[in-house]
Design a protein around this ligand. Structure first.
Ligand SMILES: [Zn+2]
Length: 165
């Protein structure tokens, strides 16, 4: 998570995207497969969230759409907050066996103004039902500090139509 937070911070400081990063790791060894950062602004692509980037890159590198495929080590996605409505679906389809997040509360939206969308209310239960182990509140204070630094930086909050109806 410390590495993920470092990339999240560097991403907005370098003006290459929002304050979000995600890493795919091997669960047993902790070996990093790849880290992805938010590229919405840079790519002009509303779906280029960190989780989508990391999962897509990992699947491309490993040559499979299923990170839980037979013969592969189990993988885990580490993200600097609970995935948004879109990325939650991407986590479910990715084949990862674990999701580790820095937090899940309203702080991200309150501090930064980013719209995370309508997450399914029973998202924790859904992960469990699909055999994806959830770990929460990993380096939570450090993650919040990155969002506070982002908010103070006056960087662009790129919600489509400013998140309005
Ligand atoms: Zn997302």
């Amino acid at each position: 998570m410390a590495a993920v937070l470092s990339f999240a911070r560097r991403n907005f400081i370098n003006n290459s995207g929002g304050p979000f990063a995600a890493g795919v790791f091997e669960r047993e060894t902790g070996k990093l497969v790849v880290i992805g950062v938010n590229r919405v602004m840079e790519y002009g692509c509303s779906s280029a969230h960190a989780e989508i980037m990391a999962l897509s890159l990992a699947q491309k590198m490993l040559g499979t759409y299923d990170l839980g495929a037979k013969g592969l080590p189990a993988h885990e996605l580490v993200v600097n907050w609970r995935p948004c409505a879109m990325c939650f679906g991407a986590v479910l389809w990715s084949g990862v066996r674990g999701l580790t997040i820095a937090g899940a509360g309203p702080e991200l939206e309150e501090i930064t103004g980013f719209d995370e969308g309508p997450i399914v209310p029973l998202w924790r239960e859904e992960l469990e039902r699909r055999g994806i182990e959830l770990k929460e509140d990993v380096l939570r204070d450090e993650a919040v500090a990155v969002y506070e630094e982002f908010a103070a930086s006056q960087n662009v909050v790129y919600n489509a139509r400013q998140g309005n109806e």
